[in-house]
Design a binder for this molecule. Structure first.
Ligand code: CU
Length: 82
């Protein structure tokens, strides 16, 4: 999924990445994932509603899906789709 705001400069274009995160067993896990992703430079917004496993990330083009995936897996959770 890719959202581009044509009227803005390229470096301000936002992209939406959706991933499925498994291994979150309580809202504490979910807030850990939420905080870590919000801490990434270039991330504008996170959509995470535990116990749903779908996580939406609104971010600038400088943030790659790989960085998002690695941030989640480094916390000990699994990304099954991105
Ligand atoms: Cu937990």
């Amino acid at each position: 999924m890719l959202l581009k705001m044509e009227e803005q400069h390229m470096d301000q274009a936002l992209q939406a990445t959706t991933l499925t995160v498994t291994g979150m067993t309580c809202s504490g896990c979910a807030s850990k994932v939420d905080k870590a992703l919000r801490g990434l430079e270039g991330v504008r917004d996170i959509s995470l509603h535990y116990p749903e496993t779908t996580v939406g990330v609104l971010h600038s083009a400088s943030v790659t899906p790989e960085v998002i995936r690695e941030t989640v897996t480094s916390l000990g959770f699994e990304v099954t789709a991105a």
